[in-house]
Design a protein around this ligand. Structure first.
Ligand code: SAH
Length: 425
C-alpha cells in the first residue's frame, strides 16, 4: 500500500531544465518534481511532490543551502532563502529571493530547514517539511544533494499524482489541481464610487472573491460581478473581524486554488493599509499580484475642502502621519521634526489621540494657532467638516468624536478653506 512515509528509501531528485528552454525565462510546460517518496516495501510505487510554481522555503539550512536552492529551482519552485550562508553571485535567478526576516509560512509547499523549531512551526501550519538528518521531523526524505539521480523522478513528465493508482484502493483517484490564480490589491478610494480609478473598476469586474475593508461601501462592492463572493475582513470598534495573519492566509489560499482574489482597501492600499504585508505574502507564494492605487483620504479631503495640500507660498511638504501606534498609543515619531517642517500634516487615525499629538507638535515649536480641520466621512453620506486650530481641535473632537472615519489636516494651507466650501461639504 502506498503511504506518504518518512523512509530511508525516499529520494530527492531534480530534473534538469528542459532542453532548448532557458529555465530562468520560460515557465515549464509540464510539471516538475523535486521529491519522490517510495515505500521501502513496494518500491515500484511512490509519490512525487510537485513543486513547479509552488513556494519553497530554504531556511537556516547551513552549508546545504546552495544545493537545496539549486534543487528546488530546478523543480520549478519559487524559492525563498532565509538564513544560511550568502549565496554565490551566480545564484541570481528570477524565482529566487532572499529574505532574512522571520519566514512567512503562508502558502508554503515545502520547508527545507535544519532548524527543528521552525520545522515544528511549519508542520503545525500544515507545511510539508524536510530536516536533513532528522527523519523524525521530516515529511519528505532524501539525500540532500542536488546531484541526486533523476531516476527517482517519474519516468515521464506526466504527473504521477494524477495517474490512477495501480494498487487498487490505495489512493483515491485524485483530481488535477487548478492552475494558481492571481491577486489584486486595489485601492477603493475614500468611499464614493466615482472616485474609483478606471483600473480598479476593470480589476473588480473580473474578481471571483473580494476581501474588503469595512470602509468599502455597498455601492463599490456592487461593481464586482454577481457571482463573486464578498467577505468583510475589516475592523469593527477597534477589534479585528479577522486577524491580518488570517487575511494573508485566506488571500494566498484562495489565489493558489485558482481564484482571482481582489483585496479591496479603503483609500490607497499602500497608505496605512497593510498592503505591503499582503503583497509580501502573495509574492512569497509565487503569485502574480497587481497593485491598483487609490485616492487616499488626504487627497480626497483636500479636494473636498478646496485646499491645496502643498502651496509654494505656505507649505513645501506634505507628511502623511498616523496618530495611532500599534499599541493604541501615540506612535513614537519625531513630532518636533514634523513641527519644524512648516509643511502640511495629514493625520490619519488620530481622533482619539489628537490631544497628545497636538501637545507634542506645540512642544516641538508649531504655533497653537495653526489652522487645523477634521473631515469626517469624506465623499460619503454624513460628510462633516470641523475647522479650528491646532490648540482647539482636540477639544472639539473630544466633545463629539463622530462615528465615521476622520482625517485631520494641520497647516497653513487649511486657512484657505473658504466658507463656501464648508457649507457645501
Ligand atoms: N488606506 C487609507 C487609510 C486607511 S487608515 C487611505 O489611503 O485613505 C484609516 C484612516 O483613514 C481613518 O482613520 C481616517 O483617518 C482615514 N480615512 C479613510 N477614509 C476616510 C474617509 N472617507 N473620510 C475621512 N477619513 C478617512
Amino acid at each position: 500500500m502506498l503511504r506518504r512515509t518518512r523512509n530511508e528509501a525516499g529520494r530527492i531528485a531534480a530534473r534538469p531544465p528542459l532542453a532548448g528552454r532557458p529555465d530562468s525565462q520560460t515557465p515549464p510546460r509540464t510539471p516538475r518534481y523535486v521529491a519522490t517518496m517510495h515505500d521501502a516495501a513496494s518500491p515500484s510505487h511512490g509519490l512525487s511532490l510537485r513543486l513547479n510554481g509552488r513556494r519553497v522555503l530554504v531556511a537556516a539550512a547551513g552549508e546545504a543551502t546552495p544545493a537545496l536552492v539549486r534543487l528546488a529551482l530546478r523543480a520549478g519552485a519559487q524559492v525563498t532563502v532565509c538564513g544560511g550562508p550568502a549565496l554565490p553571485a551566480d545564484a541570481a535567478h528570477p524565482r529566487l529571493r532572499r529574505d532574512d526576516r522571520a519566514p512567512c509560512l503562508d502558502g508554503l509547499r515545502l520547508c527545507l530547514t535544519a532548524d527543528a523549531a521552525l520545522a515544528g512551526r511549519a508542520r503545525a501550519a500544515g507545511v510539508l517539511c524536510a530536516v536533513p538528518g532528522r527523519p523524525d521531523l521530516s515529511d519528505v526524505a532524501g539525500p540532500w544533494d542536488d546531484a541526486a539521480p533523476a531516476t527517482d523522478a517519474p519516468a515521464t513528465d506526466a504527473p504521477a499524482m494524477d495517474a490512477p493508482a495501480t494498487d487498487a484502493g490505495a489512493l483515491p483517484a485524485p483530481s488535477r489541481p487548478r492552475a494558481p490564480g492571481r491577486a489584486s490589491l486595489v485601492g477603493a478610494g475614500p468611499g464614493d464610487p466615482a472616485l474609483l480609478t478606471l483600473r480598479a473598476l476593470q480589476v473588480l469586474a473580473t474578481a471571483d472573491l473580494v476581501l474588503h475593508d469595512r470602509l468599502v461601501g455597498p455601492e463599490v462592492l456592487a461593481l464586482a460581478p454577481a457571482h463573486a463572493r464578498r467577505v468583510d475582513v475589516g475592523k469593527r470598534c477597534g477589534r479585528h473581524v479577522m486577524t491580518q495573519a488570517a487575511i494573508n492566509r485566506l488571500l494566498v489560499r484562495e489565489a493558489l486554488a485558482g481564484a482571482h482574489v481582489v483585496r479591496l482597501k479603503g483609500g490607497d492600499p499602500f497608505i496605512f493599509g497593510r498592503g505591503g504585508e499582503e503583497l509580501d505574502c502573495l509574492r512569497d507564494a509565487g503569485l502574480d499580484v497587481e497593485v491598483v492605487p487609490g485616492v487616499t483620504a488626504a487627497c480626497a479631503a483636500a479636494a473636498r475642502l478646496g485646499i491645496p495640500l502643498t502651496h509654494r507660498d505656505v507649505s513645501r511638504s506634505l507628511h502623511l502621519v498616523t496618530g495611532h501606534g500599534s499599541d493604541n498609543e501615540i506612535p513614537a515619531l519625531d513630532w518636533g521634526a514634523l513641527a519644524a517642517t512648516r509643511g502640511t500634516l495629514a493625520l490619519y487615525m488620530s481622533t482619539r489621540t489628537l490631544d497628545g499629538v497636538a501637545a507634542r507638535l506645540i512642544a516641538g515649536g508649531m504655533s497653537p494657532a495653526t489652522p487645523a480641520v477634521a473631515v469626517e466621512n469624506v465623499s460619503l453620506p454624513g460628510e462633516r467638516v470641523r475647522l479650528a486650530t491646532l490648540a482647539t481641535l482636540p477639544g472639539v473632537l473630544a466633545g463629539d468624536p463622530g462615528e465615521g472615519p476622520t482625517l485631520v489636516i494641520v497647516g497653513e494651507v487649511v486657512a484657505r478653506v473658504r466658507a463656501g466650501a464648508l457649507r457645501a461639504a
